[in-house]
Ligand binder design. Structure first.
Ligand SMILES: *[C@@H]1O[C@H](CO)[C@@H](O)[C@H](O)[C@H]1NC(C)=O
Ligand SMILES: *[C@@H]1O[C@H](CO)[C@@H](O)[C@H](O)[C@H]1NC(C)=O
Ligand SMILES: *[C@@H]1O[C@H](CO)[C@@H](O)[C@H](O)[C@H]1NC(C)=O
Ligand SMILES: *[C@@H]1O[C@H](CO)[C@@H](O)[C@H](O)[C@H]1NC(C)=O
Ligand SMILES: *[C@@H]1O[C@H](CO)[C@@H](O)[C@H](O)[C@H]1NC(C)=O
Ligand SMILES: *[C@@H]1O[C@H](CO)[C@@H](O)[C@H](O)[C@H]1NC(C)=O
Ligand SMILES: *[C@@H]1O[C@H](CO)[C@@H](O)[C@H](O)[C@H]1NC(C)=O
Ligand SMILES: *[C@@H]1O[C@H](CO)[C@@H](O)[C@H](O)[C@H]1NC(C)=O
Ligand SMILES: *[C@@H]1O[C@H](CO)[C@@H](O)[C@H](O)[C@H]1NC(C)=O
Ligand SMILES: *[C@@H]1O[C@H](CO)[C@@H](O)[C@H](O)[C@H]1NC(C)=O
Ligand SMILES: *[C@@H]1O[C@H](CO)[C@@H](O)[C@H](O)[C@H]1NC(C)=O
Length: 740
């Protein structure tokens, strides 16, 4: 009995030695080759649990790494996964240049190497590594994950997992999971534009910095930050006796991210037990069902159904979605729509995407409004709001708990319409066109979303972090769940009572503006007197901070660019957007700077909410800093030229990097920048404006002259924004400005 431990020890040493030898013999030498039909068809890891080589795919073979689970192997990595399967007489050869794939059509290197290879190995972790002549790893499959990470593997910043088509087809599927640079791990459908509304799962971690998704050999799935910070997603029960458990985390074909355990010793269950999954409800995976269909789930399964009036493109592949079986849009426009269409209602379904119109009205008006509108193919009535949608409808889901009613346009069957059915034969091509149009709108043609107050409370964590406050109200930082997109939520505090429809009309106008130099409105909330606006979050502070606060002022070239971009934003508001908008409150505090230092004008369109009549009393805006035109104080009509005046002041501030209102430290007087600039202009001492900076003097002169023209007391003497831009660009002569 006493020598049992000795025997064990001996066995242990022996097995160690054998292991090392196997490891040696597992080295893949230059010139080694594989073929699907002849042995060997794969290279094995020392444990023989992982293999690299040809696995069956469709009627042929694909190249990849698999786990030798039973009854079926588990593919964990694929090379060129979207290539067609290869025939049985293909070969793969390990050469100095990498892996040379060869079939009767020719040769292809499937791995790019920076330096010559010397040997390779498939490790017990499932990592296929290639070494150079100095045994340094020069390539490893762990750095190029497909849909799976294994124990010891990380998914680093900016990298993603892309699901497979199915468990038997490892081509690129419909979902991806990305480790975003902001530190958030987020799942999206592949064909989305990765807008926050497209995400269906995320860890909601926004710390930024270097974050890795990491799975260790003991089944701990977590997010690792620099330092020792760890957010655990899943921890598997693991004890030492279960030595042969292989863990993998896979973004499955259905869009769910799951942690699996394959046991090769104790429980003998190598099929893979699910230890953890990201989604409990399959229908949460946006894009699980295709366009114009909705997802309905019971405890175990989820299925897709077409919305009323639609049929499956291919009933055997429901994820391709549905098309409308009758639509002819032109007949809608030609004729009285109500004669040809009716609406059918369906309770408790919802969908995502962005409506082109969101209006407060009652249920009956909602259905009528859609029926009579040729753009509207479906409307969603929920909580007093009517949202009208074009096709396709995306991310549909049956949600038994909410009180939504959906209306769908259907054709009324009539003998007289038979002829038009032949026209509908062309619908498939038309359908394609429609869906392209709608995708445009998804990408931002009209993207206003309606939020509830409690949603915004959640988004801002109870209005915790105040970013700032101005005449319109306080602004809070928030993050929209799932996508984790940061937003700025503005709580309007002094909106003139004007009825909700007026307010909605106004924000619809704001929502329709699209310009790179305007801050984008994403959504809104109206609940009684509570009115909030949700904007994109702009993170580099305001132009005021940039000009007056930072130690190192922006370079001259940057300032010239910024001035022009601000001018373009204002021009858009004045002349290019559908409803012309006078900002009324242009100042550097209302111009925000984004990541790439693009200026974005904020708060446009809000003045009208405070002053329904622009000729009304003007006391509701606090006007400080000398940005407002004299007409504001004269009770005359306010025109676009009021903004031109404010822009002139801002332009001079950009030139001088000095605030318009600055107190002279030595005299304690308020010194108006504009007066000072005009004096320097008259005395031809322009270089004093920029202190000792090296600038292009002709550009400087142009900017100063334009600035002085803009701040003329008489609005008629101020140029239009169009001319301001032409003058700044140097394509239009600039008159000598009179004294402002
Ligand atoms: C795998 O799926 C893709 C995309 O659906 C398809 O094009 C391909 O033919 C499939 N491959 C096999 C072997 O079935
Ligand atoms: C390889 O196989 C394909 C079909 O499987 C066949 O058409 C081709 O002739 C074969 N090539 C060689 C070189 O055997
Ligand atoms: C490895 O190869 C490089 C050239 O690719 C050579 O300079 C170097 O000496 C080699 N090292 C060894 C240890 O053979
Ligand atoms: C994964 O990340 C961990 C923690 O940063 C690190 O120790 C490990 O080496 C990484 N693994 C790979 C394969 O890069
Ligand atoms: C994504 O869109 C492209 C082009 O619009 C299409 O070819 C592809 O089939 C779509 N993929 C999925 C998974 O829907
Ligand atoms: C494990 O599975 C094999 C067949 O796959 C079976 O023969 C064996 O008895 C099983 N072992 C245990 C411990 O269940
Ligand atoms: C093995 O795993 C499969 C799938 O997860 C499960 O259905 C089965 O009950 C398991 N068998 C054992 C013996 O644990
Ligand atoms: C339209 O549908 C409503 C309710 O489904 C129905 O009462 C009405 O008769 C229909 N109108 C026509 C013209 O078919
Ligand atoms: C439905 O609502 C009830 C009560 O409001 C709630 O208890 C239940 O959890 C909800 N179910 C789902 C699936 O959201
Ligand atoms: C504003 O002007 C309109 C006509 O331009 C006039 O009807 C209205 O009474 C004016 N409002 C105020 C408050 O002066
Ligand atoms: C501040 O006042 C002093 C004394 O009058 C004057 O010399 C200086 O130019 C003034 N500074 C500015 C910026 O106007």
């Amino acid at each position: 009995m006493a020598n049992v431990p000795v025997l064990f020890l001996l066995l242990f040493i022996l097995s160690g030695a054998v292991g090392a030898q196997l490891q040696q013999s597992n080295m893949i030498a230059l010139g080694s080759s594989l073929s699907p039909s002849t042995q060997p068809n794969s290279w094995l890891s020392r444990s023989r649990l992982f293999a690299f080589g040809f696995y069956p795919q469709g009627s042929g073979f694909a190249i990849g790494i698999w786990l030798a689970s039973k009854p079926a192997i588990t593919v964990v990595w694929s090379a060129n996964r979207d290539d067609a399967p290869v025939s049985s007489n293909a070969t793969l050869e390990f050469t100095r240049g990498g892996l040379l794939f060869h079939n009767n059509q020719g040769e292809e290197n499937i791995i790019d190497l920076q330096e010559p290879a010397f040997s390779a190995s498939i490790l017990d972790s499932g990592n296929f590594v290639i070494y150079n002549n100095e045994s340094r790893v020069i390539w490893e499959s762990f750095h190029f994950p497909t849909d799976t990470i294994l124990g010891g593997q990380n998914l680093s910043n900016g990298h993603k997992l892309l699901s497979s088509v199915s468990t038997s087809n490892h081509s690129s599927g419909r979902f991806y999971l990305i480790m975003q640079a902001d530190g958030n791990l987020v799942a999206y459908p592949v064909n989305s534009s990765a807008q926050p509304g497209d995400a269906y799962w995320s860890t909601q971690t926004f710390d930024g910095g270097l974050v890795l998704l990491s799975l260790n050999r003991r089944g701990l799935l977590c997010l690792r930050r620099s330092g020792l910070n760890v957010d655990t997603l899943a921890r598997s029960s693991y004890s030492d006796k279960d030595k042969m458990i292989i863990f993998r985390a896979t973004l499955d074909a259905d869009g769910n991210f799951r942690l699996y355990a394959h046991s090769f010793e104790i429980s003998n269950n190598s099929t893979g037990l699910i230890k953890w999954s990201a989604l409990q409800n399959q229908c949460k995976a946006k894009g699980f069902c295709g366009v114009n269909s909705y997802c309905s789930s019971t405890a175990a399964t989820a299925d897709c159904f077409c919305f009323p009036g639609f049929v499956f493109l291919n009933p055997n592949m429901k994820s391709l979605g549905c098309y409308l079986s009758f639509i002819d849009e032109e007949s809608c426009r030609r004729k009285e729509p109500t004669l040809f269409y009716n609406l059918t209602a369906l309770e408790n379904v919802e969908w995502g995407g962005y409506p082109y119109s969101v209006i407060l009205m009652n249920k009956e008006d909602c259905s009528l409004s859609c029926l009579e509108d040729c753009n509207c193919w479906a409307a969603l009535y929920m909580g007093g709001t009517c949202s009208k949608h074009k096709l396709p409808l995306i991310y549909g889901v049956l949600n038994r708990n909410d009180s939504a009613t959906a209306f769908f346009k259907i054709q009324i069957s009539r003998v007289a319409d038979v002829s038009s059915f032949f026209i509908y034969r062309r619908r498939l091509s038309r359908y394609k066109k429609l869906s392209e149009d709608a995708h445009l709108s998804l990408n931002g043609e009209f993207t206003l979303r309606s939020f509830s107050y409690s949603e915004l409370e959640k988004v801002t964590d109870g209005f915790k972090e105040e970013l700032g406050r101005n005449s319109f109200g306080a602004v809070y930082k928030g993050a929209i769940s799932e996508g984790g997109k940061l937003v700025a939520v503005k709580r309007l505090e002094r909106v003139v009572e004007e009825g909700e429809s007026g307010f909605r009309a106004e924000i619809t106008t704001i929502g329709q503006t699209h310009h790179r130099n305007l801050v984008r409105l994403l959504g809104f909330c109206i609940e009684g007197t509570r009115k909030l606006l949700v904007y994109e979050f702009i993170n580099k502070g305001s132009l005021a901070d940039l000009l007056f606060k930072v130690e190192r002022r922006p370079s001259w070239r940057e300032r010239v660019r910024i001035a022009l971009e601000v001018a373009r934003g204002i021009l858009y508001l004045h002349e290019e957007c559908e409803a012309r908008i006078i900002h009324c409150n242009i100042k550097p505090q209302h111009i925000l700077m984004d990541d790439s230092w693009t200026p974005k004008i904020s708060d446009f369109g809000l003045a009208k909410l405070l002053m329904p009549n622009q000729n009304g009393t003007l006391t509701s805006l606090r006007r400080t800093g000398g940005y407002s035109a004299p007409e504001w104080h004269k009770n005359t009509l306010i025109t676009e030229k009021a903004d031109v005046y404010s822009f002139g002041v801002v332009l001079l501030e950009i030139v001088c990097c000095r605030s318009n209102m600055e107190v002279n430290v030595s005299t304690a007087d308020e010194v108006l920048l504009s007066n000072w600039v005009y004096k320097r202009f008259v005395t031809r001492e322009l270089e004093k404006l920029v202190r000792d900076e090296v600038v292009d003097i002709s550009t400087l002169e142009r900017m100063v002259k334009v600035g002085l023209l803009c701040i003329q007391d008489d609005p008629n003497l101020r140029p239009s924004m169009k001319n301001v831009i032409l003058m700044l660009e140097g394509t239009m002569d600039i008159p000598i400005p009179p004294s402002p």
